[in-house]
Design a protein around this ligand. Structure first.
Ligand SMILES: [Zn+2]
Length: 393
């Protein structure tokens, strides 16, 4: 029994596959002088105890590989075991997509065709509004260029009709960078911002920087990283529609309660005056009015109780808006526990796990299936469709 357990513990568990969401240290690797790159990569592969393989050519010897391929492999081998990494490599004015997969003790890779440009030409802002039913395109410190509009078009084009309902009317703001300054090398690409004063989707011009290092999808159809980050933010907008609805319903309920409360104060005043008068005069006609006042006040109290209850329920939903998971986030969490989310960022919060899986389901379902088996099917399920339309409770 003892020896059996010992033997088991000597076998290291295979690292769970995950999708690398963070930037690969690719620029640094590319800048290395060729000899130095080869020597660092050789050491790194030895330390991590892995070999490499070009999936298309079958090549396994790094001596015969290009500088670009070796740079990608160094970035992959410097990351955590088990990762799948979709990297964009910039060299000689061209962009080459490389996908690496660390499976067991082999890092396999695929390389795509180099491209001169990462973007196409997008429709106009007015065309986007009509096409998707989203709000206006606001310039808040930066310009909506054709490229930026192309990014938004590519992101919105991934949404199904009932998902578009979750972004209906929302304005898009183009800004130079993340105003909360969390951006590291352009990592913060976009933001779903929900404030009591209004909701907007922000896109940062710095976003283009991250596209030079990372893509999502396959090497044959690489999608710029910023598109996938924007799809992540659209996922927040869709899952948080429930909170926006609760917020919108709260204001009229509160106004109704306030009006009722003001009326109750007036009624109370008038009733008190009549009661005082009756105590002085003992007038029988006044007694009848006092009795009627009491009945009316009792009825008013009941109305106030109901209005207060309605308002409190919506108010609680609204106040907890930031922390409380939405119905779809709850349903999703039941399918995929937080520690099993496919990216490191996805493991921080239920909402982030949902958004990370959403973007991969839309743009790289095969990668999502590898890192979180069975999860792409959730986004095609009736349960998912119902959950995104369910109200906040
Ligand atoms: Zn997020």
């Amino acid at each position: 029994m003892h020896t059996f357990l010992l033997a088991l513990s000597l076998v290291a568990p295979a690292p769970a596959p995950f999708y690398e969401g963070d930037d690969p240290p690719i620029a640094k690797a590319l800048q290395l002088e060729d000899k130095q790159l080869t020597s660092i990569l050789t050491n790194q592969l030895k330390t991590r105890n892995v070999t490499v393989k070009n999936v298309l050519s079958g090549a396994t010897d790094i001596a015969g590989m290009t500088h670009l391929e070796r740079a990608a492999l160094l970035a992959a081998a410097s990351s955590q075991p088990g990762n799948e990494n979709d990297m964009m490599l910039e060299a000689d004015g061209q962009f080459t997509p490389v996908e690496t997969r660390w499976d067991g003790d082999v890092i396999s890779f695929r390389i795509g065709a180099p491209k001169k440009s990462l973007y196409g030409e997008g429709p106009s802002a007015a065309e986007l509004q009509t096409k998707y039913g989203v709000g206006p395109f606001v310039e808040a410190g930066s310009k909506w260029t054709k490229e930026m509009l192309w990014l938004v078009d590519a992101a919105l084009a991934t949404l199904a009709k009932d998902e578009l309902a979750g972004v209906a009317g929302l304005p898009f703001h183009i800004m130079e960078k993340d105003p909360s300054n969390k951006a590291v090398r352009g990592r913060s690409v976009a933001m779903y911002r929900q404030e009591p004063t209004g909701t907007q989707i922000e896109l940062y011009a710095l976003a283009l920087e991250s596209d030079k290092r990372k893509f999502v999808g396959s090497v044959d159809h690489p999608v710029p990283n910023s598109v996938s980050m924007l799809v992540h933010e659209l996922a927040h907008a869709i899952s948080r529609k429930t909170h926006r609805d609760a917020q919108a319903a709260y204001a009229p309920q509160k106004a109704a309660y306030d009006a009722l409360a003001a009326k109750a104060v007036e009624m109370q005043k008038a009733a008190s005056a009549r009661l005082d008068e009756y105590r002085k005069t003992k007038d029988e006609a006044l007694k009848k009015a006092v009795d009627e006042d009491n009945a009316a006040l009792k009825k008013m109290q009941q109305e106030l109780n109901t209005a207060s209850k309605n308002m409190a329920a919506l108010g609680a939903a609204q106040r907890q808006g930031g922390a409380q998971p939405s119905p779809v986030e709850k349903a999703f969490l039941a399918k995929l526990p937080l520690p099993k989310s496919p990216t490191a960022y996805g493991r921080t919060l239920p909402g982030e796990s949902f958004a990370e899986c959403f973007r991969l389901a839309k743009l790289d379902p095969a990668a999502l299936e590898r890192a979180a088996p069975g999860i792409p099917a959730f986004f095609a399920s009736a349960e998912y469709k119902e959950a995104i339309a369910a109200p906040l409770k």
